[in-house]
Design a binder for this molecule. Structure first.
Ligand code: URA
Length: 249
């Protein structure tokens, strides 16, 4: 088995947002860092960075955060943005403050509009991020749209055609599946992540999306007990669900 990488305690904890190396050295000196119940008073000491470290290391009496490969499922609320460019409060503000200081940084996996709610993943794992957003993977995104006007009846065939063009674009949209729930509510499954894609698809049919919620990414869904603004850390089984077939709508 490959040997676990090692790191100085101060370097590791500082990259995880716990403070500057100097602050960590001070905390270690006063007994604020323990490993297997033993006080680590010298922060320059090297330790093996193993996946079980959070179960063995305590910082100020609390379990260490996950070290690497953190995957967060956020129930994105209305009015928060995924990008600094959009203005307004950021989805990152919902995470613990020290997570915003981590290196590698935590980023959103794809984006949702300010006025879209639902399943948003965030990670510090660049390889996973690229696997999820890669067009080759065809990860299905399922959206629930509430519409301003009743559906006309032709939308499902148009969206499924593989020939639908969005304004200003030169490549047709990949086929998308529509399930009509009521005259003004529908589920839409898309495999691409074009800019404002779902809103633009309905706009192209003369309709207007009044509310948009992402329910699923692949086989992963927003847990029923996760309120808007709340998040949870995902384990390997949940992460595998992203790449599983989505139940068809
Ligand atoms: N399509 C949109 O129009 N908006 C989103 O936030 C996601 C998909």
């Amino acid at each position: 088995m490959a040997k676990a990488p090692t790191s100085r305690i101060d370097k590791l904890l500082s990259s995880m947002g716990y403070g500057s190396r100097m602050e960590i050295a001070r905390l270690a000196k006063v007994g604020g860092i323990t490993l297997d119940g033993v006080e680590m008073t010298d922060a320059s000491q090297r330790i093996a960075v193993t996946p079980d470290l959070p179960a063995r290391m305590q910082i100020d009496g609390s379990a260490l955060d996950p070290v690497q490969g953190m995957v967060i499922l956020l129930h994105k609320p209305l009015g928060m943005t995924c990008s600094h460019k959009d203005g307004g409060p950021l989805v990152y503000d919902l995470l613990p403050a020290r997570w915003r200081r981590r290196d590698p940084a935590i980023s959103t996996i794809g984006r949702l509009d300010k006025q879209t709610t639902g399943l948003l993943l965030m990670t510090d794992d660049g390889a996973l991020l690229h696997r999820v957003i890669s067009p080759k993977r065809h990860v299905t995104k399922t959206y629930r749209a509430h519409l301003a006007r009743p559906l006309s009846g032709g939308e499902a065939a148009l969206f499924a055609s593989g020939t639908m063009m969005l304004e200003g674009e030169d490549k047709p949209l990949a086929p998308a599946k529509l399930q009509v729930i009521s005259p003004t509510e529908a589920l839409l499954q898309v495999t691409e992540g074009r800019y404002h894609q779902v809103r633009r698809m309905f706009a192209a049919t003369g309709n207007h999306v009044e509310a948009l919620h992402r329910e699923r990414l692949g086989g992963l869904h927003v847990p029923g007990d996760l309120a808007p603004g709340q998040w949870k850390l995902l384990g390997a089984d949940d992460i595998a669900l992203i790449f599983k077939e989505t139940p068809a709508v």
